[in-house]
Design a protein around this ligand. Structure first.
Ligand SMILES: CC(C)(COP(=O)(O)OP(=O)(O)OC[C@H]1O[C@@H](n2cnc3c(N)ncnc32)[C@H](O)[C@@H]1OP(=O)(O)O)[C@@H](O)C(=O)NCCC(=O)NCCS
Length: 362
């Protein structure tokens, strides 16, 4: 059989038939009520990650039968439209770009009648080989970018890489004068003897869990999607610490998976409310691991930011309280989240909240 080396050929589709399966609807619904955006987004993250890995393996296994792929990163996801629990979910994947050992797989989630774009997400996966405890990254042949569309996909993938690095650099810059004054005001307010604002230090949740063999994927490791789902679920509960209505997910910032999880590891998920703005609640979540016979804790991911909007049953946004950072670390997190939200807020407003009155909200 000829090798598949064009992005046009390296594509998969998965349908979750919610319209015809009550069992699936029961599994995917969040609240037992008729509401827009009432779908477990964490499950969508998991399905996307599995499909991304299947798509990448379809490519890599043509050259190395024994190679596996691991998720290195899930790029920023902006939710474009609320999903409808009564309609099928259609996931379409495609490899856009192949580097030396890494690949970018794009996944688009849609629903039909009328055709609705729910979200698009880009996964970076790395090809690896070798014994389970001693795997190494492997070089894989590059794709053939032949028609205009394939060249465009390649170019966009490169631009996304560059944009991520530029944004990361921007978010770690020292405070501007305006930011400095904002933090100063937030600190000053806390000196008032009658201050009763929400302290950032009090707004956190943690959760420990152990990984069992039942969770493992064909690589004998834990899926990035599983970790993304668990992070999302804890983040939602954390957002509920201050939401007055229902927090729905508007965006997930990039997640980088730094180290693999092994079966038997203990995982620590930590979520903190780091920033609020009008109806937006930004939660930072990190995942760490402790090996079964180890005492040392190490980071599995760098921090990931989940942006929620506090909405009523018609997706009308409602403001949440301001939160108050105090320590240097809380200030830093506050500013990082503020900068990050500023960079995506117009996309959120053009997407999920375009029909609500959020456009007039700041
Ligand atoms: C992903 C991983 C294999 C990278 O290993 P590494 O030795 O640090 O790799 P390198 O820095 O040499 O990078 C290898 C390739 O991956 C890419 N890469 C690594 N981390 C990346 C990230 N966070 N985002 C995008 N690309 C990344 C590099 O650009 C490089 O691409 P190229 O070979 O096409 O030029 C390693 O960090 C890891 O094992 N992470 C855990 C993966 C995992 O188990 N995921 C599932 C859930 S935890």
């Amino acid at each position: 059989m000829p090798l598949l080396k064009r992005s046009n050929e390296l594509s998969l589709e998965k349908i979750i038939p919610l319209s015809t399966s009550e069992t699936l609807r029961n599994n995917f619904i969040v609240l037992d009520q008729e509401l827009p955006a009432n779908i477990r987004f964490g499950l969508l993250l998991e399905i996307m990650d599995t499909l991304a890995a299947d798509t990448a393996r379809m490519y890599v296994n043509q050259f190395y039968k024994d190679a596996i792929v691991v998720t290195a990163a899930i790029d920023t996801i902006i939710v474009r439209n609320p999903a409808d629990i009564s309609k099928d979910l259609i996931f379409k994947s495609r490899i856009n770009y192949v580097g030396k050992s890494s690949m970018e797989v794009g996944i688009r989630i849609e629903q039909s009648n009328p055709q609705t774009h729910i979200a698009t997400c880009y996964f970076t996966l790395v090809a690896r080989r070798g014994p389970r405890d001693n795997r190494v990254n492997i070089e894989i042949p590059t794709l053939d970018y032949i028609d205009d569309m394939e060249k465009r996909r390649y170019q966009k993938a490169i631009e996304r890489k560059e944009h991520y690095l530029a944004q990361k650099n921007l978010e770690s810059q020292p405070p501007s004068l305006e930011e400095y004054r904002l933090l100063e005001n937030l600190h000053e307010s806390q000196k008032d003897p009658n201050f009763n604002g929400l302290l950032a230090s009090k707004l956190s949740l943690t959760s420990w869990e152990r990984t069992f063999p039942a969770y493992k994927n064909p690589n004998q490791t834990i899926f990035g999607g599983y970790l993304a789902r668990r992070s999302y679920e804890l983040s939602t509960m954390c957002a509920e610490l201050i939401s007055t209505k229902r927090p729905i997910i508007a965006a997930v910032n990039r997640m980088n998976f730094l180290n693999p999880v092994k079966i038997g590891d203990k995982l620590l998920f930590k979520s903190n409310i780091v920033y609020t703005h009008k109806s937006f609640i930004c939660i930072e979540t990190t995942i760490s691991r402790v090996g079964r016979y180890e005492k040392r804790i190490s980071n599995l991911t760098d921090s990931c930011l989940f942006t929620f909007v506090n909405v009523d049953e018609k997706l009308k946004p409602y403001p949440v309280e301001t939160i108050y950072p105090l320590t240097y670390f809380e200030d830093q997190k506050y500013l990082e989240a503020r900068r990050s939200l500023t960079s995506i807020i117009s996309e959120i407003k053009d997407g999920l909240l375009k029909d609500s009155d959020i456009a007039h909200f700041d």
